[in-house]
Structure formats: C-alpha cells, structure tokens
Write a protein that binds this ligand. Structure first.
Ligand code: SAM
Length: 154
C-alpha cells in the first residue's frame, strides 16, 4: 500500500487499499476505470466529483469519520455520497432499544425511503455528523443496505 497523491484521471477512479485486490481488478475493469491503490483514509480527488460510491468497504475502514470527511471534501456542492454495505446487525425487533453508535439505527425522526421496520442501515448518523443533507436509506436485501447523503449546495 502506498500513500495516494491526488487522483488526476478523467476516467472514474476505483480505489482499494489492498494491492492484491487492485491486481485482480486490473484484468477485469482496467480498460474502463483507473485503479488506485490507497487507503480511503487518504482519499483525494483533484477535481470535484458528482458522485462517490463506497461499496462494501466502509465497515472495514479503521477511521470512518476521516473517510467521510475525505469524501465530503472530494464532492462538488450538491454531490452525492452513497454507502452500500451490510445493514446494522441489530435485530429488527430490538431496534427501538438499541444504543447509539455507528452500527446502531438512527434515533432521527426524519422520514426515509426504507421499507424496513428497522429505520436505518447504520450510516445516517455518520453522514449527518459531517453535514451531509438529503439523507436517505434503503434495504436492498437482508444483507445489503444503502445510505446516502448530499454535500450542501453551499
Ligand atoms: C468486501 S471488499 C469490497 C471490494 C470492492 N469495493 C467491491 O465492490 O467489490 C472490501 C474491500 O475494502 C478494502 N478496504 C478495507 N479497508 C480499506 C481502507 N481503509 N481503505 C481502502 N480500502 C479498504 C479491502 O481491501 C477490500 O478489498
């Protein structure tokens, strides 16, 4: 793993901190995306992005606040951050009593698009803490949930 400099490509960068994973991806998608081996804790873009998607990696990051701050800084005003990850491990029947925490359901009363009786997959508090707006979440499968938010327009 090496520290990342700013990503300067016009093709969408795909970032992973594991060199072996980057090598595996090189044979499959290198013609369409730029592969960048870097910890997300050092994520930088040289041009603002309209969309950043974190796919099943957030739960592995050592410092999700640092990663989220990096994403906020990389987005253009109004740009979207989508986290696709495992849902909160909290059993649905225990949602109302669960303690607050990065994996716990939100205590916020904002309406959401999720159809689950457990109201949030677990990252809306993180996004709110960093100033993201227009928060939403949805359960895709029992093992996959989306959380999204938008960088404020100003
Ligand atoms: C479940 S895999 C998902 C891989 C890929 N994002 C995908 O959609 O197929 C989780 C990946 O997160 C990467 N990862 C974990 N912590 C990371 C970090 N702090 N910075 C960058 N990548 C990280 C691991 O190397 C691993 O490849």
């Amino acid at each position: 793993m090496r520290p990342a400099g700013p990503v300067t490509s016009t093709r969408p960068p795909r970032v992973d901190g594991d060199p072996h994973s980057i090598e595996l991806a090189r044979g499959r998608v290198a013609d369409r995306v730029d592969l960048v081996c870097s910890p997300l804790e050092q994520f930088r873009l040289d041009r603002p992005a309209a969309l950043v998607v974190n796919n099943i990696s957030m739960h592995e990051c050592r410092d999700i606040d640092l990663v989220t701050g990096n994403v906020l800084a990389a987005l253009e005003p109004g740009g979207w951050f989508v986290i696709s990850d495992f849902p909160s491990p909290t059993p649905r029947r225990a949602c109302a009593a669960s303690p607050a925490g990065s994996w716990a359901p939100s205590s916020s009363s904002r309406p959401r698009s999720t159809t689950s009786s457990c109201p949030a997959p677990g990252y809306d508090d993180l996004l709110a803490r960093h100033g993201f707006t227009d928060l939403g979440s949805a359960s895709l499968t029992p093992m996959r949930a989306l959380t999204w938010g938008r960088r404020p327009l100003r």
